[in-house]
Design a protein around this ligand. Structure first.
Ligand SMILES: Cc1ncc(COP(=O)(O)O)c(C=O)c1O
Length: 400
């Protein structure tokens, strides 16, 4: 297969299973995943500077490729992603940040997983001083006596979670059994064009790290970690003069946390240009209806990028087909005037606008390697589990 995946290449790769393949289907090109991991590692300068977010890929097969590439630090947003990582890593020790404000029930699950995988390091995120106190109280109540590493979530202007640098500066001490491990400043509100704004945020993060390092909340041992930036701002972090340097004698170290970069999507075109990303995730779809200047595909909002305004995707190698507003299982496409309309049943390939929310819709993914279909496997952490599966045999109460 050439570096650029073509619809013809994908047709050929899946030819052996096309008669059985029910669409829509998520298709992952594992060679492209590997190429993206290598390109990102080259760009960031090695595994110690990248803490990939697993919310994008959610699959053991991809975690295995990450471990093979030398990555050992990860970010997750859900208990399912955490469990999948620790299960897949097995005896290989990993360091994982539960990068979501845990509540009592999720913290309980996180601590149980940490206990069951004692060789790995599990860190949690504190949203605010009040949440820090809550985390400490829940941890004590849940019997945690070993220090629990915590990163402070610093709001650098996204105004989604976290607390301002000025308020975190007032932190007097870390409540027992919590231990300050680092600062988390995710700047997902910024774009590739907003380098100056990103750098102002990183300056604030570094100043906060220096203040905390000199204060009573500082850990006795070890450097603080500063975690920033996803796919749309990692380049700003990498060329920030302070973030690469550290505060003198190893007081802190920095890592970026892009996740989308592993699979790529239409939104990540700047990153794709920056490091030569390959598109690794596609949705296989078929024409299910054809009308005048219109075809409809079987990949609606329950199959691809439900969170974006139209278009949710582009049809690979078919620019004459323009996806319109999707309904749940239908994606109408306008056919450009005088263009050839694909026939009923024709297989087409969609490139998602947003790959993370696309992957999350699938229970399984079809794998391609070396330009050939090699099998299918679970998207082990898609969707949400409620943590009560052990109660599954409890009988529902009778009605009436
Ligand atoms: C806290 C956090 N970190 C990292 C990322 C990774 O960003 P991206 O998927 O753009 O690489 C996200 C994305 O939503 C995020 O919410």
């Amino acid at each position: 297969m050439t570096n650029k995946t073509t619809s013809e290449g994908l047709d050929q790769a899946l030819a052996p299973c096309l008669d059985r393949l029910i669409t829509p289907a998520l298709v992952i090109d594992l060679d492209a995943v590997q190429a993206n991991l290598a390109a990102t590692l080259r760009r960031v300068g090695g595994p110690q500077r990248w803490r990939p977010h697993l919310k994008t890929s959610k699959q053991a097969v991809i975690i295995e490729l990450m471990l093979d590439a030398g990555l050992r630090s990860f970010k997750v947003a859900t208990c399912d992603e955490l469990a999948l990582l620790l299960r897949t890593a097995g005896p290989r020790a990993v360091d994982v940040l539960f990068a979501y404000p845990a509540q009592r029930a999720s913290l309980s699950a996180v601590l149980a997983l940490a206990r069951a995988h004692a060789g790995s390091r599990v860190q949690v995120l504190a949203d605010s001083p009040a949440h820090l106190d809550a985390l400490a109280g829940w941890s004590r109540a849940l019997g945690r006596d070993a220090p629990l590493p915590v990163m402070l979530d610093v709001d650098l202007g996204m105004h989604r979670t976290g607390t301002s640098p000025a308020r975190w500066r007032e932190l007097a001490a870390m409540p027992d059994p919590l231990e300050l491990a680092g600062l988390h400043g995710y700047d997902g509100h910024l774009t590739w064009a907003q380098r100056d704004e990103a750098h102002q945020g990183y300056d604030a993060l570094i100043e906060l790290a220096a203040a905390l390092r000199a204060g009573p909340a500082a850990p006795e041992h070890g450097a603080l970690e500063l975690v920033t930036s996803g796919t749309h701002s990692y380049a700003h972090a990498l060329d920030h003069p302070g973030l690469g340097a550290g505060l003198g004698a190893g007081d802190w170290r920095h890592s970026v946390s892009p996740g989308t970069i592993v699979l790529s999507d239409r939104r990540s075109h700047q990153a794709a240009r920056d490091i030569g990303l390959r598109q690794a995730a596609f949705v296989a779809t078929r024409v299910i209806s054809a009308g005048p200047e219109r075809v409809t595909l079987d990949a609606g909002s329950k199959a691809i990028a439900p969170d974006v305004s139209p278009p949710s995707s582009a049809v690979l190698d078919r620019p004459e087909l323009e996806p319109q507003r999707a309904s749940e299982e239908h994606l109408p496409c306008r056919v450009a005037t005088n263009a050839h309309s694909p026939e009923l049943g024709r297989l087409l390939w969609l490139v998602p606008e947003h790959v993370c929310t696309t992957v999350n819709l699938y229970r399984e993914a079809v794998w391609i390697r070396g330009g050939r279909y090699v099998g299918v496997g679970p998207v082990g952490a898609s969707g949400h589990a409620c943590g009560l599966s052990d109660d599954a045999l409890v009988k529902p109460p009778r009605e009436g």
